[in-house]
Design a protein around this ligand. Structure first.
Ligand code: SAH
Length: 208
């Protein structure tokens, strides 16, 4: 067995043991292009092709911890990208449903997750604005691209008592990671930290 790669990221602020265990277990170099593999264990966002990026490990851990997942939870992810965040969720929750706008990224991520043995995550191509109505409601929702507002369908598909973590802001401008909680008909939002995510898009850019 190859030796476990030293993870050069600081998760001292993350208290959730399940999240820390998943971050130790999932091998990030398997989720990035080969030419990025040597940077996979740094706390860096990395390009994954088609103008998209895999988030910093700290942000992945932080967002996952904010979801306060239980082993029985059903989770919706918007923005599959490389599949790395999905794998972290799949280590902790019961089932993960992940929506990706770009079919090229979705195909690669789906194959990768299957090859790695994740049989509790399903990837589909689509506009994540609409969520995944056939599988709703969800205990938790995580969005990994920055939207200008919380998409109303996602709020509808969140269970009562559920949590959604989503970056809100302008494309390439100031963005805030927020946690949205639903309690009956009231919704509370809590601002967590400043972030930089790729934009939430409603369709693919012309030319790819
Ligand atoms: N969670 C990913 C990070 C991906 S970056 C990972 O762990 O690698 C954000 C992703 O969101 C990109 O792949 C982008 O194509 C996707 N995206 C952007 N807008 C979207 C939308 N409306 N619906 C679904 N996916 C979207």
């Amino acid at each position: 067995m190859a030796e476990q790669q030293q993870r050069n990221w600081d998760l001292a602020d993350i208290r959730d043991e399940k999240v820390l265990r998943a971050m130790e277990k999932v091998e990030r170099h398997l989720f990035v292009p080969e030419e990025q593999a040597e940077l996979a264990y740094e706390n860096k966002a990395l390009p994954i092709g088609h103008g998209q990026t895999i988030s910093q490990p700290f942000i992945v851990a932080y967002m996952t911890a904010e979801l306060q997942l239980k082993a029985t939870d059903k989770v919706l992810e918007i923005g599959t990208g490389s599949g790395y965040q999905g794998a972290i969720l799949a280590e902790i929750a019961d089932r993960v449903y992940s929506v990706e706008l770009d079919p090229r990224l979705a195909d690669v991520a789906r194959d990768r997750l299957r090859r790695l043995g994740y049989d509790n995550i399903e990837v589909k191509v689509g506009d994540g604005y609409d969520g995944w109505v056939e599988q709703a409601p969800f205990d938790a929702i995580i969005v990994t691209a920055a939207a200008e507002d919380v998409p109303a369908p996602l709020l509808d598909q969140l269970k009562d008592g559920g949590r959604m973590v989503i970056p809100i802001g302008t494309p390439y401008g100031p963005q805030e990671l927020i946690c949205v909680q639903k309690h009956g008909r009231t919704v509370s939002t809590n601002s967590l930290l400043s972030v930089r995510f790729v934009p939430f898009r409603r369709k693919l850019d012309p030319g790819g």
